[in-house]
Every structure is written in structure tokens, then in C-alpha cells.
Design a protein around this ligand. Structure first.
Ligand code: CP3
Length: 355
């Protein structure tokens, strides 16, 4: 395997010394980039883009060709796993993801199989292999998955939701069925992430976008417990290097200690938590990734630079910080504003690293 030319991101995740704070952006390949929109047009639609390894590779590399980012993230979606379980994923313009066959009762859940990643999700593994090859060691490649709870909300609702009426309805009315679904998803996600590592992913991130909608007790029982099972089952080394695992529960700022207890390497933070306080709580055990409010990027480059400086100062001296947004970049952000953020992170962080 090719030597990594820039391993700042992996080093920071393992709390090893770095020369400056590494940075990448959630949804860095996406609609805010005109070149992304052009490639999606060429593919036909979003899912066709995900299913074409060459084009998925092309859009993965687009933000890296524009900005000096320290990591690449596989271009795909968290909902490929439920799709492979037979739910029939499609994206309707302006409405987000939808499933043709949502799962709403015990019989439907019992009938679900755990997909073989090299069969039903082969196109994702082919994308990982293609991207790793094309990256040629420029930066590490992040593989990812949704958390079981987050995937379950989409599978039960049949798409995005604001109310969680059906998914939380099942959790409260028929917890045994919800647990059965979450168990199957934990198995599917573990196999999927391990296959991504085998195909070339060098770090892993679990997106628990909807864990923060739960009560503390339900978070532990219905989201964290299944992320714990996944962490316990993951391949943690490849090519003689540790494969760091990042857990991101949006809205999970009050549960950082519990999340760190899973044995993951790093926690993703949204913008509602002060990163300096988070470091005081768990920084001795895990690295932290985050946490600029994505809306900051609507502001002027000067305002963006000030906000970056505040986060770097709040985290303070030394390693263990990967700079990111607190959630995905919005489609209307001018790419030059993303550039200003990335440049500010690199320039203003050197003073905190004395290697
Ligand atoms: O970060 C990256 O650049 C990698 C690619 C990535 C996508 N989705 C591409 C995408 C990743 C890591 C995801 C994760 C994902 N997908 C999550 C978890 C992270 C989060 O945002 O909380 C969730 C909940 C999904 C499900 C999903 N996919 C939704 C709700 C939507 C529609 C929302 C929207 O912004 O329209 C998607 C579509 C999607 N996934 C797009 C992209 C670039 C936009 C689709 C398009 O090009 O039209």
C-alpha cells in the first residue's frame, strides 16, 4: 500500500502530535460545489451517482482538488444499507429520501436479512477501492455508516420525519420489535464497515443524526447500546495502522462520557457544545471532531476567521482536535467561504502545536 503523504488527520484522531489542526467538512462533496452538480447531472440522479464507482470517486476527489483538506470521505449515503435490506430507496426532488417498502411491524422486521457487503453493497466497496487507488496516499479515506437508531427511524417512517411518530411509536408500543430491528442493523452495519476497511477505508465514522432526539434512558437503550455492539465488532487495524472510529451523535453533547466509554477513538461534536468544556470532560480519553456552526459559512470570510479562531482557542494547546463543521455544509454556501474556513484552520492552529 502507498505511504500516506498527509496523515495529520489519523494522528490527531489518535492524539499524536501534529504540525497543525487537520480539517475536513461533513458533506464536503455536495451541492454547494458546481462541479458536483455537473457530475450528478451526468449520472442522472443522486443514487445513480452513488452506484457508479468511477463517478462516486470523481465527486469524492472534487473538494480535495479545490481545498487543502486533510481527509477524504467516501461518497455514498447512510441509507444504502436499508436499501440493500430490500426497502427500495429513492430520492424525490426536494423531498429527500423515501423507501418504497418501510418496515412497520414485527413480521416485516423478522423477514429482513443482513446484507453481504460484497454482494448487495458491492458498488460501495468498489467505490472505496477506486477512491483509495486514485487518492494515491494524498490523504486518508474515511468510511462511514449511519447508526442503527438513525437508520431505523428512516426505515420505519419511510423517509425523513420531524415528529418520529411511527419510529418512536414503535419504540414505546412494541420495544421488542424495535430491538429486533436495531440488532439486525447493528450486525449489518458492523459487516458493512468492516468490509469498507477491507476495501481500503482508513478511519470510520458512525453518524447518529437522530440519537439526540431521545431521552437519556432511551438514548442508552436504543442508540448507544447498538453503537457499542458495532464498536466491539469493528476491525481496528489495517496495513499495520490503527483504524480510528469516530462516533457522532447530533444533539448528544450531554452524553459525551457515555460515548467515550464505548471505546471509540473520537467523538464528533455539533455546535451546541463548547469544545473546550468537552475536552475537559473527555479529552483525556478521546479526540474531538468539530464543531463550527455550519451557518457561520453564510457570513463574511472575516467573521468565519473569527469563529474558527474561537474554536481553536477553546480547544487550546496540543493534539486531539480534528476541525469540522458541527453538521453538514449547506447547499447554498459559497465555496470561497469554505476555503476561508479551511485556510484559517491551518494558519491559526500552528501556534497551538509546538512540534
Ligand atoms: O460527507 C460527505 O461528503 C459524504 C457523503 C454523505 C452523504 N450523505 C451524501 C449525500 C454522507 C456522509 C451522508 C450521510 C447521511 N445521509 C446522513 C448522516 C449525516 C447527516 O447529515 O446527519 C443522513 C441522515 C443521510 C440521509 C440523507 N441523504 C438525507 C436526509 C438526504 C437529503 C437531505 C438533503 O440535503 O437534501 C440525503 C441526500 C444526500 N446525501 C445528498 C448528498 C450529497 C444530497 C443529494 C443530492 O445531491 O441531491
Amino acid at each position: 500500500m502507498t505511504e500516506l503523504k498527509n496523515d495529520r488527520f489519523l494522528r490527531a484522531l489518535l492524539r499524536q502530535p501534529v504540525d497543525m489542526t487537520p480539517v475536513w467538512m461533513m458533506r464536503q462533496a455536495g451541492r454547494y460545489l458546481p462541479e458536483y452538480r455537473a457530475t450528478r447531472e451526468k449520472a442522472g440522479n443522486f443514487m445513480a451517482l452513488c452506484m457508479n464507482p468511477e463517478l462516486a470517486c470523481e465527486v469524492t476527489l472534487q473538494p480535495l482538488d479545490r481545498f487543502p483538506l486533510d481527509a477524504a470521505i467516501l461518497f455514498s449515503d447512510i441509507l444504502t444499507v436499508p436499501d440493500a435490506m430490500g426497502l427500495g430507496l429513492y430520492f424525490s426532488e426536494g423531498e429527500g429520501p423515501r423507501f418504497e417498502r418501510p418496515v412497520r411491524d414485527k413480521a416485516a422486521i423478522a423477514a429482513l436479512g443482513v446484507p453481504d457487503p460484497e454482494q448487495e453493497l458491492r458498488y460501495v466497496m468498489d467505490a472505496v477501492r477506486t477512491i483509495r487507488h486514485e487518492l494515491d496516499g494524498r490523504v486518508p479515506l474515511i468510511g462511514f455508516s449511519g447508526s442503527p437508531w438513525t437508520l431505523a427511524t428512516y426505515m420505519v417512517e419511510g423517509g425523513s420525519t420531524k415528529t418520529f411518530s411511527r419510529s418512536k411509536g414503535m419504540m414505546f408500543d412494541d420495544p421488542a420489535s424495535m430491538h429486533l430491528l436495531l440488532e439486525k442493523l447493528a450486525d449489518a452495519v458492523t459487516a458493512y464497515l468492516n468490509a469498507q476497511v477491507a476495501a481500503g477505508a482508513q478511519a470510520l465514522m458512525i453518524f447518529d443524526t437522530w440519537g439526540g432526539t431521545l431521552t437519556p434512558k432511551d438514548y442508552r437503550a436504543f442508540s448507544l447500546a447498538y453503537m457499542q455492539r458495532i464498536v466491539d465488532g469493528l476491525t481496528r487495524e489495517a496495513d499495520g495502522r490503527r483504524v480510528p472510529v469516530i462516533l457522532f451523535t447530533k444533539g448528544g453533547g450531554q452524553w459525551l462520557e457515555w460515548m467515550a466509554d464505548t471505546g471509540c477513538d473520537a467523538l464528533g461534536l455539533d455546535w451546541t457544545t463548547d469544545i473546550g468544556e468537552a475536552r475537559a470532560r473527555v479529552g483525556g480519553r478521546v479526540a474531538l471532531q468539530g464543531n463550527l456552526d455550519p451557518c457561520t459559512l453564510y457570513a463574511s470570510p472575516e467573521a468565519i476567521e473569527r469563529a474558527v479562531a474561537e474554536i481553536l482557542a477553546s480547544y487550546g494547546e496540543g493534539t486531539g482536535h480534528v476541525f469540522n463543521l458541527g453538521h453538514g455544509i449547506h447547499p447554498a454556501i459559497p465555496p470561497e467561504h469554505a476555503a476561508a474556513m479551511i485556510q484559517a484552520v491551518h494558519e491559526k492552529s500552528r501556534q497551538y502545536h509546538s512540534t
